[in-house]
Each structure stands twice: as C-alpha cells, then as structure tokens.
Design a protein around this ligand. Structure first.
Ligand code: SF4
Length: 979
C-alpha cells in the first residue's frame, strides 16, 4: 500500500505536449512531458481514439529513441570505401547541392535512373507523389518485403484488407481466428479488442507455428506448419461445403457465386464472366433463364451448366469453387499431415465456425438501405471474425492463401456484418481499386500517375514490347504482375546486375537494406560494393536518409540525417495509412515537441527542398521558387484533387468542412487543439454491409473515399486474374514472353488454391487443385490423377520431407528438414532499432527456439550452441527449448542481432557477440536463380519459406556466435567469435 501522503501524480515536467507515437505503425496518441525543453516522460493520450490512454513498453521507451547515442548528427560524405564507415561531416548546403547535381543530371537524361525506395516510413502520400513529379517509375516502399500478399489479395477480393485497414467487430464477435498474427501494426487497438473478447468469453483461436504475442492469451493454439495455412483454410471450406454450412443469401447478394463463367476452351473469353449487351453479368434462374445477375430479389442458380445466347456453355462460379474445394485433396485426412493439424481438429474447427456463424447469429436493430433502395429493419450478423498478418503473407503462396481465407469469410457471410470482420474507412474500394501504376511520362517529365497501383489487365503492366520488365525491381512485370507495393528486396541485386538496366542513384529512406530489410544479407552488402571494369561502383551513387546510424549508413555515399519523430511534423493521412477504426474515418499529425540539438533536418522538408532545387513541376511556382515552405506547409496547402488534401479535418477556408474542402491555413492549429487527430463518424445506418450500403457509400463519396455509390461486388471468383491467364494462353494485345507463360497460367487462377512452396529446393512449386498448364479454366480442376497433388499428401512429416528434399536437392545431398521463421518481439515490433537502451534491457541478443522433441532428435540440449544451416551457409547459434513451437519449425527474434560498428553499440555488445540475423540464410533468388524468392503473383518476399537443418556442434558448451557462408555469399560477414 502506498503511504497515504505519497503523491503518485506529481508533474514530471513543466510542459506537456500532445503528438503521435512513432515507435510502431499503430500511431497511438501520446503526451510528451518536458522539463526545460527536454523530454522527461511519455504517456498515452486518454482522449486519443487509437489507444484511449494505453501506452505500451515501446511507446514509453520513445524517450530513449529520442536521446539514442546512435542518432546521426550532421550530413556525411563518404571518404573511404563503401562499407568502411569513413565519412566527413559536411554542411547541409553542400549535401543538398551534391544530391541536386546527381539527381538533376538523371532527370535530364532518364528519370528512371533514380531508384527511390523507402522503408517503414509513414509518409508515402508524399514520397510517392514526389517520385511522380521526378518522373521515375522506380519508386516503392517496403510493402513488398512486408505483407503485400495480404494487401493485394484483399484489394482484389473484397476491396479492403486485414493489415491495419480493417478489424474484427470487437463489440460483437464471438469467435476470432488469428492467422499468422503474433504482433501487428494495429497493436494497441488489437490489445484493447482482445481484452473485450476475453471479458465477454469469446473464443480466440490462433493459427501459428509459434505461440507468442497475442497467442499467449488465446483459448486455442493451432500449431500449423509454416506455409500451409491456405491448405487448412481450404480444408475448412471443404467441411463447410460438405455440411452445407454456407450463407447463400449473403453470397448471391454481395458476391459473385451465381455469375456465369464462360466455358469455351481456347476462346479469348474462356473463363471470363458472361455478360449481356450492356455489360451486366449474367446468371441463371429457374428453367435456365438467363438474367442480369446484379438485380435485386432474384433466386439465381449456383450449380449446373447453362447455354448462353450464343450457344456456348457456362457454369456459375460457385460450381468451380465447389469442385475445387470438395475434391479429396482438401479432405481433412488428406491435409492433416501436411498442415500438422489432425483431421478431427480441422472438423471441429469447421463445426465451431459453422455453429457460431449460423446457430449463434446476431441481429442488430439498425435500419439501413441497400444500393437497390431496399429498406432493411435490422442487420443480420455472423459473429465469426478473422484477422491475418505476416505469417500467412511472407510465403510464396501467400496471395492465394489470403484469398482462400477471404473466401472462407465470404462463405460464412462474415465480411462486414455484425460480429465479423469490419472495414475501416476509406475502405471498401472497388475490386480492384481504380488506381493503376503509372506507365508513361508527360511532356513535363512527370509520371501520368503514382508509380504504384493495382493492374486490372495485362495492358496495365510495366513491360516493354518484348514483355521484359520496365522497373528495376521487376514489379508489375510478367514475373510479378500484381506487385502493388513494389519489390524493395530486389532493387540492389537488379541494379548491380543491370537487370533490366543500370541506374545512377539509389536513394533510400529508412530502409535498412544491408541488414534486416534484405535477404541474403552478406551478399547484399557485397553487391553494394561491387565495381565494374573501370573500378567504379556498379551503383554509382547511394543516398541514404535516416535518423540513426544503422548498418546501411556504412554503404552510403551521402547521408542525410533525419530528425526523431518528436522533432518534426508528420501526416498520417487518409490518402496513405490512416488511423481509422470501423466506426470513424480518422487521421492525425505529429508535431515537433522539441527542437533538434544536432544539425539534422526532417526528411520530408529535405525532400521538398530537393524537389524545389530540381525545379520539379508542382514543387515550384511560376517564378521557379519553392512552392512549399516546408512539410507543414505542404500538409496544409497541397491538394491532390480539388478540395482533397492530406488531412480531412477542418477543411474549407473557415475550417467548417470535413473530408473535402479548400485548404485552411489554421488547419494544423485545429489539429493541435484536438490532440493532433481528427475523426469523422460513419453514420450509424452505414455501420455494416458497406459494399452495398447506400448510406455508407453516399457518406464515403462525400468524404472523397469512393467515386460513385455503385455497389462493390466481392470477388469469390476473381475475373481479373483470369484476364492475365488468358494472356498467357495467347490472347489479347499484351501477352507474356514464352518463358513466363506457364507460370502466369498456373498462378493466375481465378479460384484460390494452395501449392507447396519449395523455393529452397529445385522443384517447381507443386500445385494443389490448380489447372495444369495448357488447360483452361474449368478444365482438369483438382484432378486426383495429377501427380503434383499426391506430393503434398506425401509430406507426412518433417522427417519424410527431409528425405524428399534430399532426393531432389542439388545441394550436395543436404536435407533441410525444418522450417525456419523469424518475428519481431512484441517489445520491439516496428520500433526501428534495438539500440533503444530501455528495450535492450528486455533482450539484447536472440536465441534459436525449437520444440524440446526437435532438439532431442538432434541430440541437442537446451542452452547448447549448434549450427543452423541452409543452402547458403550456416550460423552457430545458442538454442533454447520452447514447447510453444510446432515440431518441425525453428524460429528466432528478428533484427536483434546487429552488425559490429553500427548503432553506436560497444564492441562487445551482445547484439554482435551472441545475436545473429537469420536473413543471412535466406536466398534472394529461388533455387534455380530464375526468379526472386517471392510470391509469383505479387512479388512478396517469401522469407518465411526458409528450410534449414540443425547440426549438433561437437563443442556445444563453447560460447560464441559464428557465421560461415558459401563463397558466393561471403562478404562482410562475422567470422569467428562475433568478430
Ligand atoms: S509503440 Fe505502437 S502500440 Fe506502443 S504506444 Fe507507440 S504506437 Fe502505440
């Protein structure tokens, strides 16, 4: 008991300023307590909608991020060789003159010679727009390395996404499945939501090879094998179909199961939706009559075969889905060993989903009007919700896995209904969204759009007349057509190889690409130093902007030091990654709460300054002077379209408008007065069914989120994918080159599928339930006679897998029989550097974790040092037994291990001596070296597909981290005891 005179709420400073946290992507409201201008304490803002006063360990440790010894202090110019960390400090004018000189010559010559790639920054609405003004197509943020599979699968399926763009209905859900989620971008809202579920006794099921993070409070842990989530989801669909536990009303109202798919093998429209003369999709009703499928109050047929007016045959898309997932390959017994989940458990999970969705359905007394102007007195809810994150995404089958989960949700009627997954505004968008990647430059040198977007057909790809990639990272090429976030992980390899061309300058911001934001890390560092025959670096210029002395700083020619998040303005925009929840559109700002004590500048200010020096269109006025004073000025005055700016709050000259309106010079002040955030509540009648809710869509149109109030049809059957497949079959004006055809045809299946990811082995991915190359949609679906299908059921154990891999492998007979994955610990998730001295006290080195049985099989004891090996080399690591890990999987915390010399850590810091980085063992290319180690649809880095072998060390008690890489990977690696 505290002493009665003890005052627990003494002020810690002489000032409290409100801003927004940047210690992870959750963006909670914080209060920064200052004394004499110095930060003393950070707590949560109770009035902020994201966290309602909750602060996590990371957020409160922001003070140590702000005062980190690793902060950069002044612009740096390289004086030694790349990697040597030899720099001289220079003045900002010299730094900006030099950058302007390099960039101006590129822009005059060919803007695509600039590759501008950013990491986990939160200002992509600015950086993407800046790249557009510069005119380079070679721009991306880090989504290709993170979770673009989820973003793309969601946007192409239902116009939304898990990630941080949607949420479970925390108030009403009774059953939550978390797929591949340990921690998340949306951290504090999820913690608050899980608390609500626990209080109500709702069931939480985690599907994850490792039980950590949110899994710790789950009611049930499904210890799945990595990369098999799509197979489990497919088996759940199999069970729902088999038991007729499907919400058919929901399906035919809001999705496309009844749309007729043309069956005409070899025709240019085979597999597309049959349409009437006005372009409306057709469906069959009683007696086989064909009618407009979008009409209200029809009773369409979802099985059978029908004759189209032109005499051809067509089937409802649901029939194709049912054929695929009712096939034996998705029977629980046949997936059990592959997934590591037994058949009775799979059946029970399906029964629980069905019981909760249908027997425990809920109704909310909320009247609403649908897009057919029908009035409904209440909202029917299926209280089953799902959420997913990187565990399903960072695999080469992640796009289809995520689509399978979305189909599972649709079959249960559990997307945006009471109790299920809910969109957060500005979502839903159309499927796919209207924004496509820019393909051309205008006469003033700017691009005809943002460099990133969502291709809707082969014509939207960035390929040349021979079908070769136009982007340096090969995004939007035939190899990775739907690479909506670009492919950060490929830029260095391709730039050095001149594939498809050489670049002049690599401009990176907050992208630690010589360490944890790359695969095959040592090789990546080697590439950054590679020279041509003239002795010049193959990437002539590297500009790096960051606040901290990370591993990548060592490889830059010019370093532009950023401020910390407490020293600058930022904009968390609805045009980018807002802080909305399901009931309100919301955005926020960061404001400087203290001034830098170093010669550093906010990167966003620097970018605008550089743009003005380069005289980029829209960055200078008619007189050629800078159009924007700084980023704060840009936030207020920039308009993306008339009335649409970065912030939605207090718009219009007098600040009276929401969403759209003229710029308001007092806008930032109004945000400050409201805790640095703005909220616009969704009308209550627009709370659910937003894809077909007239009130919601009208409100969203007013806010500028959608262009029309037309309903958004959820894509059970994704016709867009079929358009790419048809191109691969030889149809249309834009077709893939010969070598890409089979791959595109295989993976652009309009019905989701599962295939084994064997990127570390030489065999092409084995397909489950897919058409064989050369066949057409609706043909050869799920053929049990396909030998590829049998290979999965043959994967009955890690040991058998090892035997198979050994038999197939070109790697000197080595068997890599364990899955290896990494994750950031909850206390450092997205907190940008473990140099934070408070967070380092929780963990300053990592271990390799494995199930005790796995260790016993290898003769390794808890605490022993052992070797973890992949085809790229091996690392000596200390191993810990961890019973909450699936047998057959090993894992470690990511980015705890650091490279000696970085982060201003001491020479004997545990991060160097004992810590290690698993990325060194992950290949950037597939086993044949033909493609990136990535999802073939989206280009998402498949860094969770790593297979490894554990080797007992003959001296298991001798301490010391050590790394041995094959010759081609050796460079800058630690050899010896942490040397
Ligand atoms: S670190 Fe993330 S979850 Fe924690 S307070 Fe900051 S924004 Fe919120």
């Amino acid at each position: 008991m505290p002493h009665k005179n003890l005052q627990l709420n003494l002020p810690t400073g002489d000032q409290v300023k409100e801003t927004t946290c940047y210690m992870c992507a959750c963006r909670c409201g914080i209060r920064v307590h200052l004394k004499d201008g110095r930060v003393r304490y950070i707590d949560g803002n109770p009035k902020h909608p994201v966290n309602r006063g909750v602060i996590c360990a990371k957020g409160s440790s922001g003070i140590m991020q702000h005062y980190s010894p690793a902060r950069l202090r002044k612009p740096l110019l390289r004086t030694g060789e790349r990697g040597e960390r030899k720099f001289k400090e220079i003045e900002w004018d010299e730094a900006l003159d030099l950058a302007t000189k390099w960039l101006a010559s590129i822009r005059a010559r060919n803007p695509d010679e600039l590759a501008f790639f950013t990491g986990r920054d939160q200002s992509q609405a600015l950086t993407g727009w800046w790249a557009q003004q510069f005119g380079t197509i070679n721009y991306a943020a880090h989504g290709g390395f993170c979770s673009v599979n989820m973003a793309a699968a969601g946007m192409y399926t239902f116009g939304g996404s898990f990630w941080e763009f949607g949420e479970p209905d925390w108030e009403h859900t009774k059953y939550l499945m978390l797929w591949g989620v340990a921690e998340d971008h949306d951290s504090n809202p999820i913690k608050l939501g899980l608390g609500k579920l626990k209080a109500r006794g709702a069931k939480i099921v985690v599907v994850n090879p490792v039980r950590s993070g949110y899994g710790a409070v789950a009611d049930e842990w499904i210890a799945i094998n990595p990369g098999t989530d799509g197979l489990l989801a497919g088996a759940l669909i199999h069970e729902l179909l088999r038991t007729d536990a499907i919400d058919f009303d929901y399906l035919v109202r809001y999705t496309n199961p009844h749309h007729l798919v043309i069956r005409d093998v070899g025709a240019a429209d085979d597999g597309l939706i049959a349409r009437d003369a006005t372009g409306k999709p057709l469906c069959a009703v009683r007696e086989g009559r064909l009618v407009d499928a979008t009409q209200a109050d029809i009773a369409p047929l979802i099985a059978g075969e029908y004759i189209l007016p032109d005499g051809r045959h067509a089937v409802p898309s649901f029939q194709l889905l049912a054929e695929r997932f009712l096939a034996d390959e998705y029977k629980p017994e046949n997936v059990a060993s592959c997934c590591g989940v037994d058949a009775p458990t799979i059946r029970r999970l399906a029964a629980e989903l069905s019981r909760t969705a249908f027997d425990e359905a809920i109704e909310l007394p909320i009247a609403w009007t649908d897009t057919h102007d029908r009035i409904h007195e209440k909202m029917l809810g299926r209280p089953v919700s799902m959420h997913a994150m990187r565990g399903i995404s960072a695999h080469a089958n992640g796009f289809h896995t995520c689509r399978t989960i979305h189909v599972l949700q649709m079959l249960l009627g559990a997307i945006d209904t009471p109790g299920s997954f809910r969109y957060q505004p500005p979502y839903p968008k159309s499927t796919p969204p209207a924004n496509k990647p820019a393909t051309a430059r205008k006469p003033d040198g700017t691009l005809n759009g943002n460099p990133l977007g969502y291709p809707a057909s082969p014509e939207d790809l960035l390929v040349d007349e021979h079908g070769k990639p136009r982007r340096i990272d090969h995004a939007f090429s035939w190899s990775y057509p739907l690479a909506a976030h670009g492919m950060l992980q490929s830029v260095i390899r391709n730039a050095v190889a001149g594939d498809p061309y050489r670049i002049d300058t690599l401009f990176l911001f907050m992208a630690n690409m010589s360490w944890n934001s790359a695969m095959d890390t040592a090789h990546t560092r080697k590439l950054l130093c590679e020279r041509n025959a003239n002795g010049e670096y193959k990437i002539p210029h590297i500009i790096y902007a960051d606040a901290y002395d990370s591993e990548t700083v060592a490889f830059a020619d010019l370093v532009l030091p950023d401020t910390t998040y407490l020293e600058r303005y930022d904009c968390i925009s609805l045009l980018d990654r807002p802080i909305s929840d399901a009931d309100a559109a919301a955005d926020a700002i960061r404001v400087p709460v203290t001034q830098p004590d170093r010669d550093v500048r906010p990167f966003q200010d620097v970018l605008l300054d550089l743009g003005a020096r380069l005289k980029l269109p829209n960055l200078v006025d008619e007189s050629g002077n800078a159009k924007y004073r700084d980023y704060a000025d840009y936030i207020v005055r920039h308009e993306r379209a008339p009335g649409v700016g970065l912030l939605a709050g207090w718009r219009g000259a007098d600040g009276s408008q929401e969403g759209k309106g003229a710029p308001n010079p007092d806008q930032l002040q109004r945000y400050r007065e409201h805790g640095c955030h703005f909220e616009a509540r969704v009308p209550q009648s627009g709370a659910y069914y937003r894809f077909a809710n007239r009130d919601y869509l009208q409100w969203a149109q007013t806010m500028g989120f959608v262009g029309s109030t037309e309903p958004i049809t959820l894509q059970l059957y994704c016709e867009t994918l079929q358009r790419f497949r048809l191109a691969a079959q030889g149809h249309g004006a834009v077709q893939p080159p010969e070598r890409e055809r089979a791959r595109v045809e295989r993976f652009f299946d309009p019905i989701p599928m599962w295939y084994e990811t064997t990127v570390q082995t030489p065999s092409p991915p084995t397909l489950l339930g897919s058409d064989v190359p050369g066949s057409s949609s609706g043909q050869a679906l799920s053929s049990p006679s396909n030998p590829a299908l049998r290979s999965c059921s043959g994967r009955s154990s890690a040991r058998e897998s090892a035997v198979r891999n050994r038999a197939d492998s070109p790697l000197e007979g080595e068997g890599f029989n364990l899955h290896a994955i990494t994750q950031r610990p909850m206390f450092m998730y997205h907190s940008w550097g473990s140099q934070n001295r408070w967070l380092r006290q929780i963990a300053a080195r990592n271990f390799l974790y494995a199930h005790p049985r796995t260790l016993a099989e290898h003769g390794i004891d808890d605490g022993d040092w052992a070797w973890i090996a992949s085809p790229r080399g091996r690392i000596r690591v200390q191993v810990r037994a961890h019973a909450a890990t699936a047998a057959g999987t090993v894992w470690t915390w990511n980015a705890i291990g650091k490279k000696r010399g970085a982060w201003k850590l001491g020479q004997q810091a545990p991060e160097f001596v004992d810590g290690f980085l698993l990325n060194d063992l992950i290949g950037e290319r597939d086993a044949r070296g033909e493609y990136s180690n990535a999802d073939p649809v989206t280009g998402q880095a498949a860094w969770f597909d790593l297979r490894v072998r554990l080797e007992r060390d003959p001296r298991p008690q001798e301490p010391g981290h050590r790394i041995e890489l094959r010759e081609s990977q050796r460079h800058g690696q630690n050899v010896g005891n942490g040397a």
